[in-house]
Design a protein around this ligand. Structure first.
Ligand SMILES: CC(C)(COP(=O)(O)OP(=O)(O)OC[C@H]1O[C@@H](n2cnc3c(N)ncnc32)[C@H](O)[C@@H]1OP(=O)(O)O)[C@@H](O)C(=O)NCCC(=O)NCCS
Length: 192
């Protein structure tokens, strides 16, 4: 019988989605360029770009997200439950960059797939929660994550991809093909 510790390690390192999707993207369909050259397979010295796994709760994943918004207190059980929900739905592509020298997550972005009855039962992609940790900004990681997930949404046959951002970040997303919509973004907040 497999020891309990081995089973836990396996569960903690199980990827949220198939990592081959990242390796097999067709970059000829993207106009984004990187200087110096980086890619999902080689995002930089000691860095790895990959799907989220449960073990990332111990690698500062929430600390990085906390540089974008309020994360609240999240214990391992809650994290695992949400992870498992996301994984079984098959529609969540939470992607991280790990600094393997530090064993810490330094950047993340998420692609969520929404299923529609419109547009002949099409899928729409949404980019969410793009954040690069303060000390790693300016190394093209934000651009690499967003360009990767944009391409992934195309690969998954989304008819369009959208995101919401603060006015100060519009120029960032325009750099790789996003344009400002005529539509307004409306919301009600129920709690933080
Ligand atoms: C916005 C953010 C994700 C950018 O990540 P980053 O890794 O530092 O950016 P990159 O190094 O990939 O930058 C790529 C290009 O965008 C430019 N850029 C970066 N941030 C920018 C911004 N806020 N506005 C305009 N351009 C920006 C860079 O100068 C670079 O330009 P170049 O290709 O001409 O050299 C990062 O600053 C961040 O995490 N901010 C806090 C969280 C946040 O606001 N997230 C966005 C939520 S919508």
């Amino acid at each position: 019988m497999m020891p309990v510790a081995t089973i836990k390690a396996d569960t903690d390192s199980m990827p949220l989605y198939d990592p081959r999707l990242l390796r097999e993207l067709d970059w000829s369909q993207s106009s984004v360029t990187f200087s110096p050259a980086i890619s999902p397979a080689d995002p930089g010295d000691g860095l790895v770009l990959r799907p989220l796994c449960i073990g990332d709760i111990n690698r500062g994943f929430l600390k990085v997200l906390g540089q974008l918004t309020e994360t609240g207190v999240v214990n391992h059980e809650q994290f695992k439950k949400t992870f498992e929900h996301m994984k079984s739905s098959g529609d969540y592509y939470v992607t991280v960059v790990e600094d393997t020298n530090l064993g810490q997550i330094v950047a993340t972005a998420t692609l969520v797939i929404e299923h529609k009855f419109t547009h002949s039962c099409a899928k729409r992609g949404r980019i969410e929660d793009v954040v690069v940790s303060g000390e790693c900004r300016g190394k093209q990681l934000g651009k690499l994550l967003t360009a990767t997930l944009t391409l992934l949404s195309k690969r998954l046959n989304c008819y369009k991809i959208t995101l919401e951002c603060l006015p100060k970040n519009v120029a960032f997303y325009k750099k790789f093909g996003y344009s400002v919509s005529e539509e307004n973004y409306m919301y009600q907040r129920f709690f933080n």
